[in-house]
Design a protein around this ligand. Structure first.
Ligand code: ATP
Length: 256
């Protein structure tokens, strides 16, 4: 396959270069399913406390990028998290190091109660004493979950399930949260509630975010940086405001 055009980088350093303060660095990342290659060499860095949105059309490889970071799909290249090369680590080891993943479809444990779904998020933790405090914090963040603690996960609305998925990931105390289409299928009012919570997590806890989101406007308002994926390659990266001002992005993702 011939190499695609290099990513336009309004203010980014060259491909694969180290960025001081990066919590996550992805260099030359390839990934795929069986013999099919989906990602063809992705270079991306997310600063500690920063937030990056990944935009792209259906099938461009956004979900695969998140899965490749967590080790859930076959991958090559290098993924470095907090200075540790995690490329050959297992998914559970990567989660334990501090990468939380809120997958598309939310991964609700449908027969378990909301409380047990939340506690399941803390299963890898050894500091059991702090788990109760964190559960209370999750319920402060999403008060609706507090009202539904004994309900089965499967009986929640789509919005409540999305809140539960985020809260369950937080119960592992991640330093970096990967979010795959958190607004998918949600009413605008619920989407606003979810994004307000994400903004609060950034502001108050300094949580680092890598967000795949089809609602580009919402995503670009939340993050510092953005990257556009086309057919498994990054075609544009840079500060969110600059990406939002790019003519092709405006036409393809912002509808203006
Ligand atoms: P969407 O917005 O539709 O979720 P995406 O950008 O997240 O799209 P991916 O889900 O990463 O894209 O899919 C990228 C490519 O990988 C697509 O061609 C898809 O068909 C293929 N693919 C995804 N999951 C699998 C799988 N489990 N097995 C085989 N191919 C897959």
């Amino acid at each position: 396959m011939s190499p695609g055009p290099p990513a336009r980088r309004p203010r980014e350093p060259g491909a694969g270069s180290r960025r001081p303060g990066s919590l996550l660095e992805v260099a030359g990342l390839t990934a795929g399913y069986g013999a099919a290659e989906v990602l063809h060499g992705i270079d991306l860095a997310v600063a500690e406390g920063g937030a990056t949105a990944v935009l792209g059309a259906n099938g461009a490889g956004k979900t695969t990028l998140l899965r490749a970071i967590t080790g859930a799909v076959r991958r090559g290249g290098r993924v470095t998290f907090a200075g540790t090369d995690v490329t050959s680590r297992r998914t559970d080891q990567i989660a334990r190091l501090g990468i939380g993943h809120v997958p598309q479809g939310r991964g609700t444990l449908r027969t378990l109660s909301v409380r047990d779904n939340l506690l399941a998020g803390a299963l890898l933790r050894r500091d059991r004493g702090a788990v109760r405090t964190d559960l209370d914090e999750c319920l402060e963040l999403f008060p609706r979950l507090g009202q539904r603690l004994d309900a089965s996960g499967g009986n929640l609305s789509g919005g409540e399930q999305q809140m539960l998925a985020i809260a369950r990931a937080l119960m592992a105390r991640p330093r970096l949260l990967l979010l795959d289409e958190p607004s998918l299928g949600l009413a605008p009012r619920v989407t606003a509630e979810v994004f307000a919570a994400l903004a609060g997590l950034r502001r108050e806890r300094g949580l680092t975010l890598l967000l795949v989101e089809q609602n580009a406007r919402l995503a670009l308002d939340l993050v510092d940086d953005a990257a556009v994926v086309e057919a498994g390659r990054l075609t544009l990266t840079g500060p969110a405001a600059e990406v939002a001002g790019d003519d092709a992005v405006r036409r393809a993702y912002l509808g203006v």
